[in-house]
Design a protein around this ligand. Structure first.
Ligand SMILES: Cc1cc2nc3c(=O)[nH]c(=O)nc-3n(C[C@H](O)[C@H](O)[C@H](O)COP(=O)(O)OP(=O)(O)OC[C@H]3O[C@@H](n4cnc5c(N)ncnc54)[C@H](O)[C@@H]3O)c2cc1C
Length: 574
């Protein structure tokens, strides 16, 4: 039963980057906005993310002296997306990217850092760049959120150090060098001290980084603008009046609230990584929907896609990859389950190799997580399970860590005891521990060690790509991205398939309007973030290619909807 009715200009469904960016832009342009978030915490996958946003030719990049131009960015996306190049949407994204960044930089709490050294993942492709297209959010003092910080979704615990957030660009290199450089030691000691004080005073880390800082900064602006951000408030149904989406039903405190939205509804529910039926339909490696582990939050069950379809929106499912793949290992939990740890960095360190099947390498391990997983699926074709083992020796593990196992001086014994890490005194022992064939593994490692001595990966060319070298270790010679596996004991961790968010989604146009099967906009309905089909054609061209478009299309949608409303008001006044 519907108990209550509320009217606003715009209802935004979901509080990740897509939703927050749209809501803020629309409110700044004069609309009254409500954000409804299904979960008790706001921030979605965005709050768990690295927070990188791929936006070529932004103001911060120009100020940092990055040489780039939109024609090259367009050429790059054209090459990366192939048959799925959507010129209208790509052009809208590129043309409004710098403008959107400037808007958030000058009108909101958001401040950007340029990832000047983070290359496009296929930087060698025409139009690719070796750095400067991804932007990160500057770290943020959580105290600025006051009591609201209790509603902010925390980062993925598995990628923190016992709850302390580590910034991907600035902090991580210091953590990896903590026992090698006095400067890094002092840096880490300062962070740990601050974390300790935060724990005593606030019971949590107040130095927010990555996606958590991104969400917290935007949330600060949401609260400053007086935008109601309802949590535990799932949208369950769209209201359609005279062929137009005119609002939605939201459940709040157990009651159904009818929200009338004069300018319509924006779907920003973050796609379907946690929807088992859609996974079974669209993830070929998981035909039962189960052999897949997503680090996305539990609420991302594809509600936006179902709501969009209920109003006539067309679901685009033909992209070559329905999600952004990432290899994950499962960190054992007391209840017997496993939490996914996404392997972004370790795979590319010298001395790490990945093997599948009987024990053969199958990929240049330092390629992007999306490419790595595609190779893993191919290597496991016909096998009962899609999985691989990431292997290294003792010095490599203690130098860089291995998945959830941290580098020296953090102890690792408990991770051997609980089965997360497999350990063998010899390679033959490790083969027994992992079920690999000892001879195949020995041959694989022998070839790796010969190649590592010469610095040439004769099998997969590791070290030849800009992204390999970014992930590598510049202090290692002769190949900074490729090293030997020789000094036992040896370790392995099992990799399985995961995702960072989904690519398949509602078809939208250059104004973020949801498009129906006849290619017509559904009046009053918009989709941003992962509810909109990705403009990347199922590919993963660079760090930040889901959050960059979420920011820019949020901006485009918010401004466009406000402009339409103003035009309507003007027309009525005449
Ligand atoms: C560990 C990790 C690192 C990542 N790093 C990066 C990175 O650096 N750069 C990058 O580009 N991408 C990254 N990603 C992917 C990125 O985080 C997501 O693609 C992005 O956050 C999706 O944003 P969104 O706004 O579409 O959805 P989300 O941020 O997931 O927000 C959607 C929200 O909608 C809510 N919702 C769902 N259903 C309803 C409903 N019925 N009613 C109301 N609310 C609802 C959800 O609860 C959720 O809070 C990473 C992902 C992970 C897991």
């Amino acid at each position: 039963m519907t108990d209550q009715q509320i009217t606003c200009d715009l209802l935004v469904v979901g509080s990740g980057l897509g939703g927050l960016a749209t809501a803020i832009t629309a409110a700044k342009s004069g609309l009254s906005v409500i954000i409804a978030e299904k979960e008790p915490l706001f921030g979605g996958t965005t709050a768990r993310s690295g927070g990188f946003m791929w936006v070529p030719c932004s103001g911060p990049a120009q100020r940092a002296g990055i040489e780039d131009n939109l024609a090259d960015a367009r050429r790059y996306l054209e090459a990366e997306t192939g048959n799925f190049f959507d010129a209208a949407r790509v052009d809208a994204f590129l043309e409004h990217g710098a403008e959107a960044v400037e808007f958030f930089e000058t009108q909101t709490e958001l401040r950007f850092d340029v990832a000047a050294a983070l290359p496009d993942y296929h930087a060698e492709t025409p139009g690719g760049r070796t750095g400067g297209r991804p932007l990160g959010a500057q770290s943020y003092d959580g105290r600025a959120l006051g009591a609201e910080i209790r509603r902010l979704r925390p980062p993925l615990r598995e990628i923190t150090v016992a709850g302390m957030m580590i910034g991907s660009s600035k902090d991580l290199p210091h953590f990896l060098n903590v026992l090698r450089s006095p400067r890094s030691f002092a840096y880490v000691a300062r962070l740990m001290l601050r974390y300790g004080l935060d724990l005593v005073r606030y019971g949590r880390s107040m130095r927010l980084t990555n996606g958590n800082a991104l969400v917290a900064r935007l949330a600060r602006s949401v609260f400053d603008l007086g935008i109601p951000l309802w949590t535990s408030a799932p949208v369950t149904q769209l209201l359609i009046e005279d062929g137009r989406v005119a609002g939605a039903v939201v459940t709040r405190d157990g009651s159904a609230v009818r929200v009338q939205a004069r300018s319509g509804v924006v779907l920003a529910t973050g796609g379907f990584p946690q929807n088992r039926a859609l996974r079974a339909r669209l993830f070929p490696h998981a035909p039962d929907g189960q052999a897949h582990w997503s680090p996305a939050p539990p609420g991302n069950t594809g509600d936006g896609l179902a709501l969009g379809q209920s109003a006539g929106g067309h679901l685009m499912t033909d992209l070559p990859h329905a999600a952004a793949w990432v290899p994950v290992s499962l960190v054992p939990q007391p209840d017997g389950s496993g939490n996914p740890f996404p392997h972004f960095v370790d795979r590319g360190k010298p001395g790490m190799i990945a093997v599948a099947g009987r024990g053969k390498r199958f990929v240049n391990e330092g390629r992007s997580y999306h490419d790595f997983c595609q190779a893993m699926v191919s290597a496991c074709a016909g096998a009962p399970e899609t999985c691989a083992w990431l292997i290294c020796d003792h010095p490599t593990l203690r130098r860089y860590g291995l998945g959830f196992a941290k580098p020296q001086p953090v102890p690792i014994g408990h991770l051997v005891r609980n089965g997360y890490l497999r350990r063998g005194a010899t390679l033959a022992d490790l083969a027994q521990e992992t079920g690999l064939d000892p001879n195949t593994l020995a041959q694989t490692v022998a070839r790796v060690n010969t190649d590592a001595a010469s610095g040439v990966d004769t099998e997969f060319g590791r070290g030849t790509l800009a992204y390999n070298r970014y992930l590598g270790d510049p202090t290692v010679r002769p190949n900074s991205a490729f090293g030997p596996v020789q000094a036992g004991p040896f370790y392995a961790v099992k990799l399985v398939m995961g995702d960072l968010g989904t690519f398949a989604g509602l078809r939208t146009d250059a104004k973020a309007r949801v498009i129906d099967a006849d290619n017509q906009p559904v009046p009053g309905l918009y989709a941003v973030g992962n509810d909109a089909a990705s403009i990347m054609g199922g590919n993963y061209p660079g760090g930040g290619i889901t959050l960059g478009p979420a920011l820019v299309f949020g901006f485009i949608a918010g401004r466009g909807i406000a402009a339409d409303r103003q035009a309507e008001r003007g027309a009525r006044a005449v």
